[in-house]
Ligand binder design. Structure first.
Ligand SMILES: Nc1ncnc2c1ncn2[C@@H]1O[C@H](COP(=O)(O)OP(=O)(O)O)[C@@H](O)[C@H]1O
Ligand SMILES: O=C(COP(=O)(O)O)[C@@H](O)CO
Length: 584
């Protein structure tokens, strides 16, 4: 159980600060994460990796010569935001194009894709590789849906060595894809991890039992067995991995890198005992073992568990895997040390200007701020419960992520209002801050939603029911277009769509915004409850579909709570307005 922290919400930031303070030879802090503190060859490809914090040495510990050029570091178990990734990529850019590398998690995919779009718009050639090594997270027929776990290391290492060797971006992408294709992992756990400030672990495994097929966020496993001996565990993992050898690979005489990864609180000595049998089994299978790795490489906070990865080499992959590297948590061979980079410090946030707005729109911005404040209060009051629901089939961070996002949104909106912003600008500031500070899937989607509503309101008119309903419809369209979830997939879309429809109907019937919103809230609450009967088809909860039956979707519940809180805020504003009118 994690005991050493100050303010739980500040944990990730303080961790990065201490990491940089202690590893200045390799990394420097940039807004959004870290970049190499050594100069790289101009014109080479920059590999920018990233993901949630809580997985050290992934991702910051893998930045340095021969490895990544930068790492975007999100909050605990939450993907970094698109803005963070963009900032790190800009700091790491060497002029040869950028490859973004990450584990294949919903929030990562959303944010890295957004960052890629933004970099491309600036004319930077940017590509992505989502690592998919975990064989437990989807069947072989759906490899693209698998999540990335300890296999992150093989893919990043190979891509980085290729870039160091001067490969073009096309060639770096190709070799990274080949490394991903030839990497397979399988994990187990004995106890769950406990995030700073949390009372309970994200999941528990009954005494004497082991969860089989674990991810790296305490996602529940796909099965359970009695705790095996070290030898039996080695046999289980090797058998699983040898049953799924990549296409085009012959087992006998193949050269393979085994990675026995500790997930957080398994002792190195225990890992060595397990590895002893892994090595015997691989030899018995006729494999040539190359450069085995045993240790903590991609962790899950303080989870007691381990995973085995097999990386099936070919000549080029072996050469790149064995190339020298010098990063805080991964060093091999002799590297020619490069000069330290110019200390350009942290990228300062540029103060955004406030476009002109009419008095009506500025008055509406004050109401927007009040509504966001109400959302913040309701999320704060329900954060633990949202985390609890999310932990049943997801990673338990929904409450924390929403809290960080909505808090940042309120701060940014208050700043905008104080500087005379209209409704649209206020919502734009809020949406950007939400996505930036929350990260994760919900951060990307809520940021997008607020920006869509902003565009529909504009800074010129006093927004009426029609404009708000149109904004909500645009938000739903943007979320579904980007996240690809449909009604019935057990996500916040199941709440947003009925809410949108009932709101639109009410407004079209000539009812006031508040009135129509109130009726739509009833539909949203019912829809959120009904998600308990659905099986999740998107996001973190998908591999654990049955576990989530009977529990509503966390994102659906938080959305219903927020629209209800906004309704109460609208009612309050109306009361205030009426009493002002009466007094006048
Ligand atoms: N593709 C998607 N489209 C819409 N909503 C999604 C999608 N994937 C996940 N969600 C929503 O996001 C919620 C999880 O948010 P969050 O905890 O921030 O995500 P994570 O930690 O999994 O990145 C889910 O409960 C679900 O409502
Ligand atoms: O920790 C992670 C965040 O996952 P999301 O569900 O995408 O927010 C992940 O970045 C680890 O790779």
């Amino acid at each position: 159980m994690t005991r050493l922290f100050n303010e739980p919400a500040a944990f990730a930031d303080e961790m990065i600060e201490g990491f940089v303070a202690s590893h200045g030879r390799w990394v420097r802090r940039v807004s959004g994460g870290v970049a190499r503190n050594t100069r790289s060859t101009p014109g080479t490809v920059a590999l920018v990796i990233g993901g949630g914090s809580g997985h050290y040495p992934a991702f910051g510990g893998l930045v340095g010569q021969g490895l990544a050029h930068g790492a975007a570091m999100g909050n605990l178990f939450a993907s970094p935001s698109a803005q963070q990734i963009y900032n790190v990529a800009k700091a790491a850019d060497n002029g040869g194009g950028i490859l973004l590398g990450y584990g294949n998690y919903a929030g990562d995919v959303l944010h890295f894709t957004k960052a890629q779009e933004k970099l491309r718009k600036e004319g930077i050639d940017c590509r992505s590789i989502a690592v998919t090594d975990d064989i437990s997270s989807a069947p072989p027929s759906e490899r693209a849906k698998r999540r990335g776990i300890a296999g992150d290391l093989t893919v990043f290492k190979v891509a980085a060595a290729a870039s160091e060797a001067g490969y073009t971006l096309d060639d770096v992408v190709q070799i990274a894809e080949r490394a991903n294709h030839r990497t397979r992992s399988f994990g187990v756990a004995f106890t769950g991890c406990t995030l700073p400030g949390a009372e309970q672990p994200l999941f528990t495994v009954p005494e004497g039992r082991m969860a089989v097929g674990m991810g790296i966020h305490g996602e529940p496993g796909i099965g359970e067995t009695d705790i095996p001996t070290a030898d039996q565990l080695a046999e289980l993992m090797v058998t699983k991995l040898l049953a799924e050898v990549p296409e085009g690979v012959e087992i006998r005489r193949s050269r393979v890198v085994p990675i026995l990864n500790g997930l957080g609180s398994v002792k190195y000595e225990e890992l060595f005992v397990v590895y002893r049998r892994v090595a015997q089994l691989l030899a018995e299978a006729g494999l040539d073992v190359v450069d085995p790795q045993v240790g903590e490489l991609v962790t899950s906070f303080d989870m007691a568990g381990t995973s085995l990865t097999l990386f099936w080499l070919d000549e080029e992959l072996e050469h790149l895997w064995l190339a020298p590297a010098d990063a805080p948590a991964f060093r091999r061979g002799a590297i020619t040390a490069q000069a330290l980079a110019f200390d350009d410090g942290e990228l300062a946030d540029v103060e955004r200007s406030i476009p002109a707005a009419t008095a009506e729109s500025r008055a509406a911005a004050v109401r927007v701020l009040a509504a966001l404040g109400a959302a913040k209060d309701v999320v704060g009051a329900n954060a633990d419960e949202l985390g609890r629901i999310d932990a049943i089939a997801g990673d338990g961070d929904h409450g924390i992520g929403m809290e960080r996002g909505v808090r940042a949104a309120v701060e940014a909106a208050a700043d905008a209002v104080a500087r005379g912003a209209g409704a649209a600008t206020t919502l734009h500031f809020a949406g950007d801050a939400w996505a930036d500070k929350a990260g994760g899937t919900s951060g990307a989607l809520w940021g997008m939603a607020l920006r869509a509503v902003a565009d529909a309101l504009g800074d010129a008119n006093a927004p009426d029911g029609g404009a708000v309903a149109a904004g909500v419809a645009d938000a739903a369209a943007a979320i579904m277009n980007f996240g690809k979830a449909k009604v019935g997939d057990k996500t916040l879309v199941d709440v947003l769509v009925p809410f949108r429809d009932v709101l639109k109907e009410g407004v079209q019937d000539g009812r006031s915004l508040t009135d129509a919103w109130g009726t739509a809230v009833v539909a949203a609450q019912q829809a959120a409850e009904d998600t308990a009967n659905l099986l999740p088809l998107m996001g973190r909860a998908r591999p654990h579909a049955e576990k989530s039956l009977g529990t509503p979707d966390a994102g659906a519940v938080s959305m219903a709570l927020i629209v209800q809180a906004i309704y109460e805020s609208l009612l309050k504003e109306n009361t205030v307005e009426n009493s002002i009118k009466e007094t006048a």
